[in-house]
Each structure stands twice: as C-alpha cells, then as structure tokens.
Design a binder for this molecule. Structure first.
Ligand SMILES: NC(=O)c1ccc[n+]([C@@H]2O[C@H](COP(=O)([O-])OP(=O)(O)OC[C@H]3O[C@@H](n4cnc5c(N)ncnc54)[C@H](O)[C@@H]3O)[C@@H](O)[C@H]2O)c1
Length: 363
C-alpha cells in the first residue's frame, strides 16, 4: 500500500561503495519489499539523484519481484545474495524491525554502506553493535529519521540554532497516524519504539546540545481497547526533561480521523516556532460555509521530498567518504528515550536517563 498505513512496520515477514566513487551513481540494493520498502524503492529507482536501484531482496515469495520488476532492478529471495553481489555498493534496509540489526551487521561485514529504517535495532545493544560494525568496516551508516530532511523541519532547526526563539523552554512534537486497520499486526510497544521514536529524534535535534535527563510516559488503548491485553497501546503522551531545564512533550495516536498529522513546536525566551500542518501545503478555501482544505493522508504523501532528500544525503555521504548527517548514535539516543517510556509505563514512574544498564530490551 502506498499510503494511509501506520508507520509501525507491521512485521509481515518475519571499504564500501567503491562503485560510487567519482560521478558514478551509488548502486543500491534494497532489503525488505513491504509497504515502505516499495515506496523507497520507487524513489531510489526514479527520483533520488546520485543513486540507482539495482536489486531488491525479500524472503516473502513475490514481494521483491513486484517491487523490482517495474524499476528494472533484480529481484532476490535471499538478502545474503544481495549482500554478496559486488555490483551493489550500498544497502537500504526496509525489512521488518526485528531484522534490522542483523542486516546492518551483515551489510557492514560485506563492506556495504548502510541506510537502515528506524529503529536501527530492538534494543540499545543491537544499535551499538550496528554502529561498531559499520565503524570497524569504515562504511557509512545512516538511520531513517526523515523529518530532519523535511524543508519546514530543517528550517525550524536552523532558526533555533540561529537563536531566533531565544532559549528553548518548551518543545512539542506530535504524530497522529490515520486509522488502525489491523491492530493484531501491531508489535507491542510500537507507539514508542516505532512511531514516537521519530518525535524523540525531532525533539533532541530541535534542542541541540541539551541532554535528556528523565522521561515520563502515559499510554493507553483508546482506539482498539480490545487489544490492550495483547500489549497494543495506541495513544500516548510523553514528557522529557532536559539538563538545562527545558521540558518537551511528545504525543501520538494511531487513529486520526482526518489523515496523517505531524507537527512540532519550539517555544523559547524570544518567541515560538511551529512547523507542520495537517493540510500540508494544500490551499485553504474560505466560503460562506467556512474554511476547507484537503488533509494529508499518509507518511509517503507528506514526506516524499524528505525521503528523497535523506537518500540524496546518504549517496552524497558515501561519495564524499564522510559520515552521514544522521548516524547510529542518533538512533541510539532516540531509542533510549523509547525504552525509557516503556519502563515508565510499566512502573508508572519517571525514568532517569541514561538508562541504568543502558540496554533494557523489552520485546
Ligand atoms: N521512516 C518512516 O517514515 C517509516 C515509515 C514506515 C515504516 N518504517 C520502518 O520500515 C520498516 C518496515 O516497515 P513496513 O511498514 O514497510 O513493514 P512491512 O511489514 O510492510 O514490510 C516488511 C517487509 O520486510 C520483509 N522482511 C522480513 N524479514 C526480512 C528479512 N530478514 N530480510 C528481508 N526482508 C525481510 C517482509 O517480508 C516484508 O515484506 C519498519 O522497521 C518501520 O519502522 C519507517
């Protein structure tokens, strides 16, 4: 499905880049041909400057072929075959979340640069292993925090850095997904680990230099109460306290009746910045009945340009032999907050950061 799905990765299936040197496009192999993989493959195959999609792998019969064939790429059932192919410079991991960490490590071992969708692992130890493996192999490792590549969000961050809102006191990030079509397919704790992780990265990024010191989370099953016992929480609010005193909130719902809604706000000593709108860039028409605007319906619709830009950054980083602007370390910071939220919901208490032991791993 190209749109309207929830960004939770429902888990249906269970010396790098030499070819990118000079002016040659980065030859990309994509692993995981599900909902977002199909969309990312189309962007890599048709829109991303500096990259060319050459192969798609997915063990689910027919999945890779359906995505690869219209784009003229090779289809494979075995991701290992894609990783062994010398004609692949770099790998984009869009497989089910549980498979991310092993695929990142395998890609690094094969000497491929890696782009991995969020989260880069199920727990902090997995993310640390991926970072260490890509560092040791000397390959680029980028993580899919696409909001950073949205023009509005990037401008907001630049204005914060330029001091235009003064000292940030309150920050806010909101994700409302459209409709919960199949609650049974949503992994436990997805609201934190798969959805709000975008908001946690955004809040950390919009408040550069500050460190989160505690997290308090409240969550419930308001959309699909019948699935609460199975661990599905579909509505959540999180408070994050920073070491400079700033307070951030993040909230998510899996059922916005009006579409896909991503927004952020930074309120500081000199003013306020808001970014994002449920109507995106659609015109608002005013008439005798009131005002009317079409709303954004999906992540793919809202973030097509941002997804394209994040892959262009990945290709550029590989070509220029530098670290991408979003790394495994960013993945680690955001996941630490998600895991602290899980602990907070379990205990009903605020959770200090960094996490004791550092690698809490609820499954
Ligand atoms: N950044 C974003 O905006 C965004 C949006 C959606 C999803 N995501 C992330 O992308 C990932 C996939 O999400 P989705 O919604 O496309 O899920 P999906 O369930 O639609 O697709 C996952 C695909 O991975 C395949 N797969 C499973 N194990 C594999 C393995 N070991 N090797 C290769 N392929 C394997 C499955 O067969 C399936 O085709 C999730 O981790 C999710 O968090 C990110």
């Amino acid at each position: 499905m190209d749109g309207g799905g929830i960004d939770i990765g429902s888990g249906a299936g269970g010396g790098a880049a030499s070819g990118a040197a000079g002016g040659a496009p980065l030859r990309v192999g994509l692993i995981g041909a599900g909902r977002i993989g199909a969309s990312h493959a189309r962007l890599l195959g048709t829109r991303v400057r500096g990259a060319r999609l050459v192969a798609v792998a997915d063990p689910r019969p027919g999945a890779a072929a359906a995505v690869a064939a219209p784009l003229g790429a090779r289809a494979l059932l075995d991701p290992g075959e894609l990783l062994a192919d010398p004609a692949v410079d770099a790998v984009v991991v869009t497989a089910s979340t549980e498979a991310h960490a092993a695929l990142v490590e395998a890609a690094a071992a094969a000497g491929k640069a890696v782009f991995c969708e969020k989260p880069a692992g199920m727990d902090l130890a997995e993310v640390q292993r991926g970072t260490a493996a890509t560092d040791a192999a000397g390959v680029a490792f980028q993580v899919g925090f696409n909001r950073r590549f949205d023009r509005g969000f990037a401008s907001a961050r630049a204005q914060v850095e330029a001091g235009l809102v003064g000292t940030p006191h309150l920050l806010r990030s909101v994700t409302r997904d459209p409709g919960l079509a199949n609650p049974a397919a949503v992994p436990p704790w997805a609201v934190f680990r798969l959805t709000l992780i975008h908001d946690f990265d955004t809040l950390l990024w919009l408040h550069p230099g500050a460190q989160p010191v505690s997290v308090y989370a409240v969550a419930d099953a308001l959309v699909a109460p019948g699935f609460k016992d199975a661990g599905l929480l579909d509505t959540a609010v999180v408070t994050i306290r920073f070491d400079d005193g700033a307070i951030a909130t993040a909230e998510a719902s899996f059922s916005a009746a009006y579409g896909y809604d991503v927004r952020a706000e930074v309120f500081g000593s000199a003013g306020m910045l808001t970014v994002g709108s449920p109507v995106g860039t659609a015109p608002v028409r005013y008439d005798a009945a009131g005002s009317h605007a079409a709303t954004v319906r999906s992540d793919v619709e809202l973030f097509t340009d941002a997804y394209t830009a994040e892959f262009e950054e990945f290709a550029a980083a590989v070509r220029e032999r530098r670290a991408p602007s979003v790394t495994g370390r960013d993945a680690h910071r955001a996941l630490a907050i998600a895991l602290a939220c899980i602990e907070s919901v379990r205990t009903g208490q605020p959770v200090p950061l960094p996490l004791a032991g550092g690698t809490a791993a609820p499954r």
